[in-house]
Design a protein around this ligand. Structure first.
Ligand code: PRP
Length: 196
């Protein structure tokens, strides 16, 4: 049995075919990003903003790797429908609680795929005139990108596959796996694509 072997996770991992990015790899990369943020934002009191829900795990680990004073806030968005989402139509269902005018804002995302969600959110936030607005993404899925969004910090590139874990879900399951795994084909063949 390996340290990160699927056996360790019992029923939680029965739908997972193999581990794609291990817990240690994720933790190491998150630590490195945290160090970079600490250097780049020294003295700037950055506000880290995330969009619920998948970013929860990354945000919690990232903040603990950052060694400068920071604040955090969250928004929640909802696509009107799968079709409208393809056109980038997104609705904000929970707004920020902290004003961002004049603040150094770092937008933190677990995953970027088409880029449409992030594009909508960034446009919305820019109107509020932050001092700076940058993006930190842990998992980048480049194959289906429709909007070019500069990523100041990036963790890993992911293949165009069904992946779950560390915040990524399939029908709301598997988020709490500490690694990223490939889903077995029989799990998703009867249902729709995972949410990204
Ligand atoms: C993920 C992610 C982004 C979006 C990215 O959220 O947090 O909001 O998908 O996809 P895009 O680049 O194609 O727009 P998701 O809809 O999976 O919600 P969740 O965080 O609640 O799982």
């Amino acid at each position: 049995m390996t340290e990160n072997g699927l056996e360790t996770y019992g029923d939680l991992a029965t739908g997972v075919r193999e581990i794609l990015i291990s817990t240690n790899e994720i933790q190491q990369r998150v630590y490195e990003i945290g160090q970079a943020i600490s250097q780049d934002y020294t003295g700037l009191n950055p506000l880290l903003v995330g969009v619920l829900k998948g970013v929860l795990f990354f945000m919690a680990d990232l903040l603990r790797a950052v060694r400068i004073p920071t604040e955090m806030d969250f928004i929640a968005v909802s696509s009107y429908s799968p079709e409208s989402r393809d056109q980038g139509l997104v609705r904000m269902v929970k707004d920020l609680e902290i004003p961002i005018s004049g603040r150094h804002v770092l937008f933190v995302e677990d995953v970027i795929d088409t880029g449409l969600t992030l594009n909508y959110i960034l446009r919305n936030l820019r109107v509020r005139q932050p001092a700076s607005l940058e993006v930190c993404v842990l998992f980048n899925k480049p194959e289906h990108r429709l909007v070019n969004i500069p990523l100041k910090y990036k963790g890993f590139d992911l293949p165009d596959r069904f992946v779950v874990g560390y915040g990524l879900d399939y029908r709301e399951k598997y988020r709490n796996l500490p690694f990223v795994g490939l889903l077995k084909p029989n799990v998703f063949q009867s249902g729709p694509n995972n949410s990204v």
